[in-house]
Structures are given as C-alpha cells and as structure tokens.
Write a protein that binds this ligand. Structure first.
Ligand SMILES: NC(=O)c1ccc[n+]([C@@H]2O[C@H](COP(=O)([O-])OP(=O)(O)OC[C@H]3O[C@@H](n4cnc5c(N)ncnc54)[C@H](O)[C@@H]3O)[C@@H](O)[C@H]2O)c1
Length: 442
C-alpha cells in the first residue's frame, strides 16, 4: 500500500537516502472526501487519494454526465453524483474536497469550500487572476482550513534530494537556473478527445461558463478549455507554474522580482488564443543564504523531437540536473597560462610567465584545474510516485492540522509569476513583482 511504503532514493553507489515517513491511521480517524471535476486530473487525484489509508471517496461533482456515470462505474454505485458543487459543500460528513476543475473555477470553489469548513486539495495553478490569490490566502488564514495546491513535485523525494544537495553547497554558488517543458503531440498540445455524445443535454454549459464571458455551446471550448484565455491560463499557468513550484521548493526562494516573457502561436492553429511556444526570463533576488540568480523557462509544444521536461541548476562549482532523478556534475574549470600572451611584447610575455610560475610553482595546476571530474546520480525507486506522496502529505495535514508546504502563499508565489508571464507576453512589457507581498510593483 502506497501510504505505508517507505520511499528511498538510490544513488549509483546504491546507498539508500532519506525517505518519507508514514503514519498508520486507526479506523476512527477516517476521512471522507469528494472530488469536484473528475476529468483527467480529477480522476488521477481521486485514485491517489483513494490509495491513502483511512480515506474514502463519497461524492463527485462534474458538468458532463459521462464523467459522473464513469465515476460510478469505477468507484461504485453508492457514490453521490451532482452537477452542483454546493450540494457537496453542504454535506456535514465530507471533510475534504479535491478541486480539479478548469482554472476559471478554482478560486470560487476553493473559497466557498473553505468557508463551508472543508479542507481543500486545489489543482494548480491556484488561481487564474492574481487578486483572487490574495483573497484565497486571506480565506485560508481566517478559516484555518488546510489548502494544498496540486503541484506534486513539492512532495517529491527527487526534489527533496536536489534541495539537500543545493543547500549543502554541492554546486557552489547558484547563478542560473534553466527549466523547460517540451511536447510534440496533439494531446500534449491540449487537443483532448471530445466524446461523441457531447451536447447541451449532457453538458452543463451555463454552469461551466460561470463568470466567464457568455458564449454559445461549444464542445471544443468545454473539453479543450486550456486553449482559451476565458477559462485557462495558457502554457504558463499549466506548466511554468509546476516549474516555479519545483524551483521555489528546491531553492527556498519566494519568487522573482522581474518578469519578462515572449512567445507565439507557431503550429497548433486550431482556434486557440494562447501561444504554443513561450519563453520567460526572471531575475531572482538574494534570499537568506541564496545569492541572486537568473531563471530561464521554456515551453515548446512543437519541439520536433521527444517530449521531455527538466531543470538545470548552474553553480560556481558544478551543475545539478533534475529529470527522472538528480544528476550532480562537476567538471574542472579550465586554466591556461594567459590568453593571447603571444601578442604581447617579448619582454612582457616573459614577465607574465615569471609571475604565473611564481603563483603556480613547478607547473602545478590551479586548485580549479585540480578539481576532480565527477558525476553522481540519484534515482527514485522504480514506480515512485510524487503524486501519491503529495496526497499522503495532504491527508496527513488534514488529520494532524499540521501545515502543508504548498499552502496558499506558496501557491500564489508560484502562480503569480506564471500569470505575470502571460501578462508580459500579451502586454509586451516587463513586470516588476514583489515576491514577499505577492503584488505587482509596476
Ligand atoms: N498536477 C498536475 O500535474 C495536473 C495535471 C493536469 C491537470 N492539472 C490541473 O487540473 C485541473 C483540471 O485539468 P484536467 O486536465 O483534468 O481538465 P479536464 O477538462 O480533463 O477536467 C475538468 C473537469 O472539470 C469539470 N468541470 C468544469 N467546471 C466545473 C464546475 N464548475 N464544477 C464541477 N466540475 C466542473 C469538467 O466537466 C471536466 O470533467 C486544471 O486546473 C489543471 O491545471 C494538474
């Protein structure tokens, strides 16, 4: 059972490393939850939540009949189903909700849920608009409910290992981070399947629109909502936000103070109004022991090759890459006795070399050049799931009332720069952001 298994990262030397702690729960601290939005991710979340001990699914809410029916097929006919999430919030026997609706519903449902006394697992990006993030952090604080945002790498043992290595000075002083998320398929580019029975009868179109601009029923807009700014948050809200969450967890940074982003719609011209290629550059200020550094992000849905995503942390003494696992590489810094010294006058060349040889007697290489070349790999165990760990952490906090790492403030510190990336692209300007107060400066 996932909730009772200890997870280990394995190094190439096969030394086991830090593992997640698990607590056995007795039958009487049973938690009942409901999922609101049981499409792709809501179903994944429900699976991971159901895999936790002492956690029971009792209801689901969705706006497409086919998904309500599917929930009953998969999780049992005794599960309550509804198109109206407020029916779920009214139920006293439900302790927690998972919210995996499109982005334009996140803030409203999460706020209502906390006001109704529910703990909330809220999919990323936490909000679609920055001011909603401020409101949600206030509701979380006032109600004392647990809110965990669903960027699962924050609970990953892989990211935990990268964090430990960085903190231990494994790559010296950080100066640059690069992260990317490349795709090369129609599904990867959000052209999700539309069921043949999609119609105004099987889909609650008015409720889907909510506060979004009025629009006639359009199955494409409903099932491929990410492609439209009225409901989604573009590649930045979908994927940059994961990269910001991972980066902030690993470095402990609260976010950038300057944001610039640009991109374009290069290939998937299917009526979408958001780019399929987006680049972002960010200035991160010093934070605690962390020096100032720069960040470069990229999402490319037409990368012409295989789909992949990763991180590269660059420091004065080496690099740390995150992909499937963590790779720490160190290469000696090259040293030469001078550059183009042959263009100096002969006497000056001799003087230069005399000085150089005095500094490095007997032709000894510099300390930099002596540094051994090395590569260490840390891999998670086969089948490791950070998603299961993220749900384990959530339900642990629901039980113990201990705060989660990825709370509303953490969520907004990741969503804010992601949403600003969209604004920078569309407004064609640089934004200054205060990562502490989580407000736009200019
Ligand atoms: N953590 C991750 O790795 C990850 C991965 C994918 C998606 N997500 C996030 O999960 C959310 C859902 O994405 P998805 O890919 O599952 O979308 P999806 O379209 O597959 O599912 C969304 C579901 O929400 C339902 N819905 C819409 N409005 C609703 C409302 N008001 N009340 C109840 N149900 C409603 C829809 O009917 C649909 O079934 C998004 O915010 C997305 O960013 C997170």
């Amino acid at each position: 059972m996932a909730t009772t298994r200890r997870h280990f990262l394995e190094t190439t030397a096969a030394a086991p490393l830090a593992a997640a702690q698990h607590r056995r729960v007795s039958a009487n601290d049973h938690i009942q939850f409901a999922t609101i939005g049981v499409g792709g991710m809501g179903s994944e979340d429900t699976r991971s939540a159901r895999a936790q001990q002492g956690v029971k699914l009792v209801a689901v809410c969705d706006l497409y009949n086919g998904r309500l029916e599917r929930a009953r097929e998969v999780w049992g006919r005794d599960i309550a189903t509804t198109r109206d999430y407020r029916e779920i919030l009214q139920r006293k026997d439900i302790d927690a909700v998972i919210i995996a609706t499109p982005d334009h519903w996140h803030a409203k449902i999460a706020g209502d849920a906390m006001e109704a006394g529910k703990d909330v697992y809220l999919e990323k990006p936490m909000v679609r608009e920055i001011p909603d993030g401020q409101k949600l952090t206030a509701v979380e604080k006032r109600t004392g409910r647990i809110l965990q945002v669903g960027s699962q790498r924050v609970s990953s043992i892989v990211y935990q290992k990268a964090k430990e290595l960085l903190e231990a000075g494994a790559i010296g002083e950080l100066n640059l981070v690069e992260a990317w998320w490349d795709r090369n398929s129609a599904i990867g580019a959000w052209e999700y399947s539309i069921p043949p029975d999609a119609s105004p009868e099987t889909v609650d179109w008015d409720r889907f629109l909510g506060a979004a601009p009025r629009h006639a029923f359009d199955a494409k807009r409903f099932f491929r909502w990410r492609c439209y700014r009225d409901y989604g948050t573009g590649v930045a809200g979908d994927l940059f936000v994961h990269l910001f969450s991972g980066l902030h967890f690993v470095t402990g940074s609260t976010g950038p103070e300057r944001v610039y982003s640009t991109g374009g719609l290069r290939f998937w011209n299917d009526g979408r109004d958001v780019p399929d290629v987006l680049l972002g550059v960010y200035d991160y200020p010093a934070h605690g022991k962390l020096p100032p550094f720069n960040l470069a992000l990229r999402v490319n849905f037409v990368n012409g090759g295989s789909e992949n995503s990763g991180f590269r942390f660059v420091g004065s003494e080496g690099t740390l890459a995150i992909g499937h696992g963590v790779t720490l590489s160190k290469v000696p810094r090259e040293t030469e006795p001078g550059y183009t010294i042959s263009t100096f006058a002969e006497a000056t060349q001799k003087e230069f070399l005399r000085e150089y040889n005095r500094k490095y007697p007997h032709g000894e290489p510099s300390a930099d050049a002596l540094r051994p070349q090395s590569e260490e790999r840390y891999n998670p165990p086969r089948g490791y799931s950070d998603h299961l760990d993220h749900h384990r952490n959530f339900f642990h906090s629901v039980r113990t009332r201990r705060p989660v790492v990825e709370n509303a403030v953490f969520g907004l510190r990741a969503a804010g720069p992601a949403l600003l990336s969209n604004m920078s692209h569309f407004d064609e300007r640089i934004y200054d952001w205060d990562p502490e107060t989580m407000k736009i400066k200019s």
